[in-house]
Design a protein around this ligand. Structure first.
Ligand code: NI
Length: 225
């Protein structure tokens, strides 16, 4: 399941973050690439030991935690510190699957990557190319969202970023360990949660809606780890 999460950040928040990022120190993205990724990755990343990173990374994580759609879809147990990348001058990242385990460099904790998230910080008309292409069981999806919006997809998906032919594409990306490891179970829970939400809006909390809500929580209790 690929899910579009609208307005994780307001346009004012995006403008403020962009201003901070434009003045920050960027390093070669190869510094965080494994051997296989090194040959296909060409971008820059915000230095993780920079003051800008210390200020902005928690802001992205907090914005996602405030968003009910993200919380319902990702069911986060642990959100790794969001990173920032910058693609320009033909920069790209070829087809790859993200590492299954990442180490949080700040806490030293090993985190299983279940859910990948990209928060777009450039408007689509600021750059040419740069689409995120992600594959799921229904085929290939091309993603290029408004600044402040995010896409969430299983970390097991093959994905790439197309070359940025003109302009600059800035985004934040992060991994989440979910309470529910299996992407299909997470998608089931998300669909059920959204259906209950719409039923509550339509008919209120009658006995059947309360029973369905109980069913959601029993499934979560069975599947969460
Ligand atoms: Ni990736």
């Amino acid at each position: 399941m690929l899910l579009h999460i609208p307005q994780v950040l307001s346009k004012a928040e995006v403008a403020e973050i962009r201003q901070r990022l434009d003045a920050a120190g960027w390093v070669d993205g190869l510094q965080t690439a494994g051997a296989q990724a090194a040959s296909i990755k060409q971008n820059r990343q915000l230095a993780v030991d920079s003051p800008a990173f210390a200020e902005l990374s928690p802001r992205i994580a907090e914005a996602l935690r405030r968003h009910p759609l993200f919380m319902s879809a990702a069911l986060p147990k642990y959100i790794l510190p969001p990173m920032f990348n910058r693609y320009e001058n033909g920069g790209h990242y070829g087809n790859h699957i993200d590492n299954a385990i990442q180490v949080d460099r700040f806490s030293g904790r090993q985190v299983r990557t279940d859910v990948s998230t990209t928060v777009f910080l450039s408007e689509p008309d600021e750059y040419e190319g740069g689409e995120l292409i992600a594959e799921d069981s229904y085929g290939c999806h091309e993603v290029k969202l408004a600044a402040g919006d995010a896409i969430v997809y299983p970390s097991t998906s093959l994905h790439r970023v197309e070359p940025v032919r003109a302009g600059v594409r800035i985004a934040s990306f992060l991994w989440t360990q979910s309470l529910v490891r299996d992407a299909w179970q997470r998608a089931m829970l998300f669909d059920l949660d959204m259906t209950i939400l719409r039923l509550r809006q339509q008919i209120g909390d009658n006995a059947e809606v309360v029973a369905l809500t109980g069913h959601y929580h029993k499934l979560l209790q069975q599947w969460a780890e």
